[in-house]
Ligand binder design. Sequence first.
Ligand SMILES: [Zn+2]
Length: 97
Amino acid sequence: MDISFNCDKCGQRLAIDEAGAGQIVDCPKCKTPLEVPYKSQSVVAVSDMLNVPPSSGRLIMEFWSAAFIVFLLLAGAAGLLWFILAMAFKAYTLLNK
Ligand SMILES: [Zn+2]
């Protein structure tokens, strides 16, 4: 699996095989020496979102997968809360008969 990260100086996106983690590589664009991080940068810059190169498609997919999981968790929490409220309401009406 590749590690992808951005050049600190010019913002050029780089993808290096994870075997290269911790090594120094020169940016192909501005030739600045860069240390390859051990994990892909999870934060996507706004400029990347607006001007997405084809290689970033996978990262965008990961972003939407994460968004979907968050949505499911929120929906689950809302459903559980609704269930608790319904049970509480039922108990309340039974007690007040
Ligand atoms: Zn650069």
